[in-house]
Design a protein around this ligand. Structure first.
Ligand SMILES: *[C@@H]1O[C@H](CO)[C@@H](O)[C@H](O)[C@H]1NC(C)=O
Ligand SMILES: *[C@@H]1O[C@H](CO)[C@@H](O)[C@H](O)[C@H]1NC(C)=O
Length: 372
């Protein structure tokens, strides 16, 4: 029996931190004791930071003064990040004109969902908004993707990313801004992600003079297809980037709540497909055919054992067989069965180990099937 395997190897998308843009603030808040810290360069600390002198008592006092003095409101922005700075950013975001603008953008994207690598109109809309905001960008990356930037154009580069693609799902909810494209829907909320990043772009642009580095905005295609990120990276989306932030909307959390944790939060994801070839024949004479259904069934059982019997229970992993397609003539043994599924893991090591074991199990099934 001949066994052909096609294993699709996809780069793990693990370790993407889910942190809202507003947390850029808390990233910086540690600068409070060391206003001139190169490790927290996203702060304009006025002249003091040009040479980055060590913090002196006088500087500390000056910072405190700047924070509390009503005349220092124009400097509030940034000697040290405080709640007042957050409030300032938040109130800018909540201005009615900004709220209406973003609502309009989100609804437009929602009404015209586009699938992976087809985000042409979504990408055009993003670029139009970037043009209006006078923000530079590179396009296209990975067909429809965009890399924009705000700041000095120099290091450090910190990226914020949004995915753009919709899902092949029919929107069932009747409402004014329902998807106008049959069979496609922003069911995963990427319309919101794009909108959030455009909103962040406006806020960051309004504070561009305060940045001491560059914020890279990444609008990425094909998150659902699993390989948009890989292609974006291949096209240079992360050149010079030292850190990257992303957020995903969640219906499991109340509005206004941001969830995260240290360590990996999302698993890397890959897919596999194996074509198991036998020899077709009448089902009534099984001895004169080679049955790929039995071989494939054995493979499914063995694949289940990889995670349950071989993986560390504290290192979460998934192997799911999601496709099992053979013949449809009830009286015939089919020529081939196509097996397929998906794998998930949090570490690169576990991811590649799963991939290797899936490959081996399919090969073992192949050897086994010679016994039939
Ligand atoms: C800083 O402020 C503290 C408390 O107000 C004060 O005791 C200290 O003398 C000040 N230091 C300088 C260098 O101004
Ligand atoms: C992940 O593991 C594979 C296989 O061992 C290796 O080729 C690749 O470079 C690793 N990638 C990272 C990011 O560590």
């Amino acid at each position: 029996m001949k066994l052909n395997q096609f294993l699709t190897k996809l780069i793990p998308t693990n370790s993407i931190l889910i942190i809202s843009l507003f947390l850029l603030g808390s990233l910086i808040s540690q600068a409070e004791t060391t206003p001139c810290d190169h490790a927290h360069p996203f702060f304009d600390v006025e002249d003091c930071c040009l040479s980055c002198k060590p913090t002196t008592e006088a500087n500390k006092n000056r910072s405190l003064h700047a924070l509390t003095s009503p005349t220092a409101s124009s400097h509030r922005s940034c000697e040290v990040w405080t709640e007042a700075c957050s409030e300032e950013v938040l109130s800018f975001a909540k201005r009615p004109e900004n709220v209406e603008w973003l609502k309009m953008i989100r609804r437009r994207i929602h009404e015209y969902p586009e699938l992976a690598f087809e985000e042409f109109e979504t990408s055009r809309l993003v670029r139009e908004e970037l043009d209006r905001l006078d923000i530079g960008y590179r396009f296209p990356l990975a067909k429809t993707g965009i890399r924009a930037w705000i700041g000095t154009g120099g290091p450090p580069f910190v990226a914020v990313r949004a995915d753009m693609d919709a899902l092949p799902i029919q929107e069932a909810v009747e409402w004014e801004h329902k998807s106008k494209v049959a069979g496609k829907m922003h069911a995963c909320g990427h319309d919101a992600h794009v909108t959030m990043l455009i909103g962040a772009a406006k806020i960051l642009k309004s504070r561009e003079h305060l940045l001491k580095g560059t914020v890279v905005l990444i609008f990425q295609p094909a998150e659902e297809a699993g390989n948009g990120a890989k292609r974006m990276i291949g096209d240079g989306a992360l050149e010079d980037v030292e850190a990257i932030f992303a957020a995903h909307v969640s219906h499991e959390h109340p509005t206004g709540i941001i969830g995260s944790r240290s360590g990996a939060l999302l698993a890397g994801c890959g897919f596999f497909r194996a074509v198991i070839s036998g020899k077709t024949g009448r089902a009534g004479n099984p001895h004169s055919s080679v049955d790929p259904v039995l071989a494939a069934a054995a493979a499914v059982i063995s694949l289940q054992g990889i995670v349950s019997r071989e993986s560390n229970p504290l290192d979460s992993q998934v192997v799911s067989v999601t496709a099992f397609n053979g013949g449809d003539d009830l009286g015939m043994i089919p020529n081939t069965v196509v097996l397929g599924g998906t794998l998930r893991a949090f570490s690169n090591t576990s991811f590649y180990r799963l991939l290797q074991r899936i490959e081996e199990v399919c090969h073992q099934t192949h050897s086994l099937s010679y016994l039939f």
